[in-house]
Design a protein around this ligand. Structure first.
Ligand SMILES: Nc1ncnc2c1ncn2[C@@H]1O[C@H](COP(=O)(O)OP(=O)(O)O)[C@@H](O)[C@H]1O
Ligand SMILES: CC(=O)OP(=O)(O)O
Ligand SMILES: [Mg+2]
Length: 426
């Protein structure tokens, strides 16, 4: 009999949920029934978008009285269970699995059922990533209360990077301190990179074990990943999602001593800090008050690109800083992969929609054998993976991949459903 999977992706300012059905006794992949999101939690208006199959039911509909991830999830569940046309999901008890994207998974390297012990482990881990894990854990609590029959499964954004070798994941600091405080590179966006590796291998008709790519996940948080033989070899985010590339509100890499010249309050708790959620002023400035919002005044990279084209100096600078850092990592990863690269892959909101960004990066990495075709770049369609490189060339492809973290969780959940399901009576 078919079962329902709810895939929940709690971002810093939005909650996205996709609903899937799958048959545990068949090997067919899960089928998406509906997709719903509430965005604008940190910068109102709060807006709901809902589609069922190919029907768009609501797009950016303003909703009131919601300001946190937990309330957003409750409202989403209410919308789904009260939609008369979503016949497979009439009651919370119809949900067999609730999949949660947890950004920081510490040493966890695979999907894990959340029981009392794992929940406490995850709470303790939040100290390493207070800005990223807190919303997701709030939703785990809400699901536990309102969907009591579901098996809750944690999918970690860091798990895909468990294969990064020691020289790339070690910081050159006192090893005893590093071990004691778990200070190392973890890496994030791993669900997205797992999806990219799987779908790009299939597009190139190669076994995933033979796939070598440089993948760029560019959304409000941005990172790059060198993938060798289908596994993560290195990535730009580190102990937390702050390092590496800049983002919408994140600085990316800076000299670590910069913050003491920026503010004398660097180590003080930020005004938004609470007993449960300890965030310093330094973390707040570098995570929430930097990036292209600081330089160009907007978190929307589409707007940065449009303003840059019209000659706005600060938007142009923000655009060029991003390109500068991106091509630096592409060069570095090209060397780490010893030049054996099947494709450069753009993904995430900016990777999918940023025509100017892809063109600008393409121009600078041409020396490595990647050539972006202007016409193809301008008309990327709806396929999961599309080529934007020139025919012929040196055989190094440039691709755009419509990555989907919710679908990746549903796929992995369906594949391992028997092992992940909650034992009877627990
Ligand atoms: N036309 C566009 N050109 C460049 N960037 C765009 C365009 N449209 C959307 N974006 C960017 O995509 C981002 C959203 O990407 P997404 O991967 O969904 O982000 P999130 O990290 O929130 O999951 C937006 O914040 C915006 O910066
Ligand atoms: C890990 C991370 O930065 O996630 P997001 O891009 O969704 O904020
Ligand atoms: Mg994202």
């Amino acid at each position: 009999m078919s079962q329902i999977i709810l895939s929940i992706n709690a971002g810093s300012s939005s909650v996205k949920v996709s609903v899937y059905t799958f048959n545990p006794s068949s090997s067919s992949p899960p089928k998406q029934l509906a997709s719903i999101s509430i965005a604008g939690l940190t910068a109102p208006p709060v807006a709901l978008t809902y589609s069922r199959g190919s029907t768009s039911v609501a797009k950016g509909k303003k909703i009131d009285n919601i300001s946190n991830a937990q309330d957003a999830f409750k409202s989403i569940l209410e919308h789904l269970t009260s939609d008369p046309d979503l016949e497979e999901l009439k009651h919370p008890d119809d949900i067999a699995f609730a999949c949660h994207r947890i950004v920081h998974g510490g040493d966890y390297d695979k999907p894990t059922r959340i029981d009392r012990d794992t929940y406490h482990h995850l709470e303790a881990l939040s100290a390493l990533a207070p800005l990223h894990n807190a919303g997701a854990l709030e939703i785990v609590k809400a699901v536990h209360a309102s969907v009591p029959k579901a098996s809750n499964i944690a999918f970690f954004d860091s798990a895909f990077h468990a294969s990064i070798p020691a020289p790339a994941r070690t910081y050159m600091i006192d090893p005893a301190k590093a071990q004691q405080n778990k200070l190392r590179k973890y890496g994030f966006h791993g669900l997205s990179y797992a999806y990219i590796a799987r779908t790009v291998a299939s597009h190139l008709q190669k076994p995933q074990e033979d796939l070598n790519i440089i993948a760029l996940h560019l959304g409000s948080g941005a990172s790059a990943c060198a993938i060798r033989n289908g596994k993560s070899l290195d990535t730009t985010m580190g102990l937390t999602p702050l390092s590496g590339l800049p983002g919408a509100t994140r600085s990316g890499d800076v000299d670590p001593s910069l913050i003491f010249h920026f503010t004398h309050d660097a180590g003080q708790p930020s005004p938004g800090s609470s007993k449960e959620l300890h965030v310093t002023r330094a973390e707040e400035i570098l995570n929430k008050e930097s990036g292209w919002k600081a330089l160009a005044g907007t978190t929307d990279f589409g707007e940065v690109s449009a303003k840059a084209e019209k000659g706005d100096e600060m938007a142009k600078l923000a655009f060029e800083v991003f390109v500068d850092r991106l091509v630096g990592y592409v060069g570095s990863y090209f060397v780490k992969l010893e030049g054996k690269v099947d494709a450069l892959v753009f993904a995430g909101g900016i990777g999918e929609h940023g025509v100017q960004l892809r063109e600008a990066v393409g121009r600078k990495v041409q020396c490595l054998g990647f050539e972006v075709d202007g016409a193809k770049n301008g008309k990327v369609g709806k396929e999961v993976v599309e080529e934007i490189s020139k025919e012929g060339g040196e055989g190094k492809k440039v691709l755009v991949c419509k990555t989907d973290e919710q679908e990746e969780m549903a796929e992995q959940c369906a594949r391992e459903a028997d092992a992940l399901r909650r034992p009877e009576g627990k």
